[in-house]
Design a protein around this ligand. Structure first.
Ligand code: ZN
Length: 321
């Protein structure tokens, strides 16, 4: 439920966090985690209370070797009722693999940038989306839910800012395929809060049938601000990755996703419920950091919660008296 308070800003009671660390977080790591390590992280994510989890991707194993064992992860993972397990699929082949492994939710993705698509795939975004038609038919036949991602929605290395009309064209193409859960993704970390508010609000108002998800990378430290701007635009579902891991293998210098625990911490400090146990989310990030063997890009992992600081001060004072 969204309500207005005296300051005229919009704060929802509840926000949904989707954990994408197992896919977007790990796909650019030098160290390839084992299936066992991924399953351990997955169990921790579920235990923290997160209900939407991207467990991997079914891209070509040679393209992203970090994701080559997604089948095994999906086959071996414990499935908890009420948790949605999804994977990224680039095409029909990927969707068939996801289905064979027993997955019931898939995410398609296309870049909204013409130059990005033409440079990488020699097709326009709309031409690429024609390839989604057999995917949607296959998914319907096999009871697989499908969502869609619009990558480079907030900026592109080739084109800079993407006009809202260009984003809208792709949104309409997804709606034609009857895909109504859409994620606006910022792998380049170029989005800023004003842009997120204005385009987010435009999308929410013009496409009320869509369940919007925002996906930010923290490349230029704008991701938390962008999430607040997204909330003000009326969007209440956001992706995050444990430890702020990740990046885009195709975009030079693109650093990690916004850290899940930083998002959860900020929202809890703002009095917004996420149903996520923050201490458990921090523990997941710490474990992931050990597994990938380098410092994670996470503020609460380094600094602790605001609450921890207050507790520490009280403890100090009690010791003195
Ligand atoms: Zn991403």
């Amino acid at each position: 439920m969204i309500h207005m308070n005296q300051s005229n800003m919009i704060w929802p009671d509840k926000v949904t966090i989707c954990e994408v660390g197992l896919r977007d977080g790990l796909q650019n790591e030098k160290k390839i985690l084992s299936v066992e390590e991924k399953l351990e992280l997955l169990d921790m994510v579920v235990a923290s209370g997160i209900k939407v989890i991207e467990v991997g991707s079914f891209v070509h194993p040679k393209a992203i070797p970090q994701m080559a064992d997604t089948e095994k992860v999906v086959q071996r993972m414990k499935r908890v009722d009420g948790v949605e397990y999804r994977a990224l699929v680039p095409n029909l082949k990927g969707l068939e693999r996801a289905h064979a492994a027993g997955l019931t939710k898939a995410k398609l993705t296309v870049s909204v940038s013409e130059s990005h698509c033409i440079n990488n795939f020699n097709q326009t975004p709309l031409e690429m989306m024609e390839g989604f038609i057999p995917c949607v038919e296959y998914a319907a036949k096999h009871n697989i839910k499908v969502s869609g991602a619009l990558s480079s929605a907030w900026g592109c290395a080739f084109e800079g800012k993407i006009p809202v009309q260009q984003i809208e064209k792709i949104v309409r193409a997804y709606l034609k395929l009857e895909i109504t859960e859409l994620s606006l993704s910022d792998a380049t970390g170029m989005g800023n809060p004003r842009q997120v508010y204005e385009i987010g609000k435009y999308m929410v108002e013009n496409f009320p049938q869509v369940k919007w998800i925002l996906h930010f990378h923290n490349t230029r430290d704008m991701a938390l601000s962008n999430i607040v701007a997204g909330i003000q635009a009326g969007i209440t579902t956001f992706d995050g990755a444990f430890g702020g891991l990740g990046g885009c293998p195709y975009i030079p210098g693109a650093s990690g996703n916004i850290a899940t625990e930083d998002v959860v911490h900020m929202l809890h400090e703002m009095g917004i419920d996420t149903r996520v146990d923050l201490l458990k989310a921090i523990a997941t990030a710490r474990t992931a950091q050990q597994m990938v063997d380098h410092q994670a890009e996470s503020h609460v992992l380094k600094a602790g919660r605001c609450e921890d600081l207050t507790n520490e001060r009280v403890r100090h004072q009690n010791n003195k008296s």
